[in-house]
Design a protein around this ligand. Structure first.
Ligand code: IMP
Length: 430
């Protein structure tokens, strides 16, 4: 049996440009699947000359006829889902019959959003998207969560909600009553229940059947490797597993059925929110590159923090995701920057290390050791073949491949589909 499954993961702190890459690869997919995160994600896609930002529904939905799946590992805010379906409809895109929502996915309720906001206003600020993602996953792990299957059962849902709010009464006391939190959770309930019911099913069964039938299944990671709850810069992480392993737990398609992992890396590094960032740039340079690369959060509009490319991060991302091919994005943004600084190791408390440390103190203390490579001036967007590029740009890509020991299969030099070069002709997803 031929397995045609691919996981696409972000190798940095999210915002690597996965939206565009996934959109391109989706042309050759039958199913496009989200496996973690929620509407904290923002996937920006340019399709038919229009700019779409998708938060919850896989961006493959923009291709007519493709099936899209929200897996069990995702947390779903019914209000946000409704809004996203509505906004797609305004563009003439209908999801009926081709959107499938896992019955086992957890539901984000208004009090999750409230708890997220409260934390962000306190001293333990993480710089979250304030969408309630962390508190919803916390309830899941505490076995207090509401799954889609529960939400669809009115009596069962009310019962769980009641228990949950009793449990949280001390937290709620300081800023309002559990009753009002309960009322908010039930607002528009009949309508939202009908909406979820239309799409809900056992998506694990659906996807395993699809894989068995030889269908092409694309797993779309949200956020990135260093925002992973286990492997990222804890505690400045999201509450799910964006790394490739998450594709199995988050969908119920076993690791044995996953054929390949494609890592998406941006030619420089960005991060939103708080947390260590060894190669962060000085403000003036950051501002200049931010403008050029349009680096503002797709979900929150926040300016992203900017930094040089960090291959210490990439080395770890390649290993823990099992990446054999990479897609390099936004290389065009670096034109005119010289030299191109790349971190190849860190110095931590006077010692050199090649490996990204786990301790939060060491992560904050890490000072990058750079190599400087010659920059290039021309606008890469105008070229359709790598042979036409300035030698420095070509060398930069080849040097990176050698350093990481994986092939760079795709290079993106602009938001449009034509601004994409395929370097590895054997990669059968493009
Ligand atoms: P949360 O996922 O809203 O809890 O936020 C936790 C951390 O993940 C914060 O630093 C956010 O800025 C970051 N984050 C969440 N989603 C994304 C994303 O899609 N792109 C980049 N960063 C994200």
């Amino acid at each position: 049996m031929t397995m045609a499954t691919l996981v696409v993961v972000g190798t940095q702190w999210g915002d690597e440009g996965k939206g565009k890459i996934v959109h391109l690869l989706s042309r050759r997919a039958d199913y496009i699947v989200r496996y973690q995160g929620g509407n904290n994600a923002g996937h920006t896609v340019l399709a038919d000359g229009k700019r779409f930002i998708l938060h919850l529904i896989p961006s493959g939905v923009l291709h007519p006829g493709k099936r899209v799946v929200i897996g069990n590992g995702v947390v779903v805010d019914p209000w946000a889902l409704e809004e996203e379906i509505r906004s797609l409809r305004r563009y003439g895109i209908r999801v009926e019959g081709r959107l499938h929502l896992s019955l086992a996915a957890h539901v984000v309720l208004p009090y999750h959003r409230l708890l997220d906001q409260l934390r962000e206003e306190g001293t333990e600020k993480l710089g979250t998207t304030r969408k309630g993602i962390g508190p919803a996953y916390a309830d899941k792990a505490s076995r207090l969560g509401v799954r889609v299957a529960d939400y669809l059962e009115p009596d069962g849902f009310r019962e769980i909600l009641k228990k949950n709010l009793v449990q949280k009464r001390f937290t709620f006391k300081s800023f309002g009553s559990p009753r009002s939190a309960g009322r908010k959770s039930l607002e528009s309930y009949p309508r939202l229940r009908r909406l979820l019911k239309r799409y809900a099913c056992d998506t694990s069964l659906l996807l395993n059947q699809a894989v068995r039938d030889g269908k092409r299944v694309l797993f779309e990671g949200a956020q990135g490797t260093f925002l992973d709850l286990d492997h990222g810069t804890y505690p400045y992480v999201t509450s799910s597993n964006p790394t490739a392993g998450g594709a199995s737990t988050g969908t119920g398609v076993g690791p044995g059925w996953i054929r390949e992992v494609l890592g998406v890396m941006k030619a420089y590094t960005t991060r939103v929110g708080t947390g260590p960032f060894p190669t962060e740039m000085p403000p003036a340079l950051a501002e200049c590159l931010r403008k050029k690369g349009q680096e503002y959060g797709a979900t929150t509009g926040r300016p992203r923090r900017m930094g040089w490319l960090d291959l210490v991060l990439l080395r770890k991302a390649v290993q823990i995701n099992g990446i054999r091919r990479l897609a390099l994005t936004k290389l065009d943004v670096l034109s005119g920057v010289s030299p191109l600084r790349v971190a190849v190791a860190y110095r931590i408390r006077g010692r050199r290390t090649d490996w990204f440390p786990i301790s939060r103190l060491e992560q904050s203390a890490a000072e990058p050791i750079y190599e400087d490579l010659p920059g290039f001036d021309s606008d890469l967007r105008q070229f359709r073949k790598i042979d036409q590029w300035p030698r420095q740009a070509r060398d930069y890509v080849r040097w990176m491949e050698k350093f990481l020991g994986v092939s760079i299969a795709i290079v993106s030099v602009g938001p449009r589909a034509e601004e994409t070069l395929v370097l590895d002709k054997k990669f059968d997803w493009i």
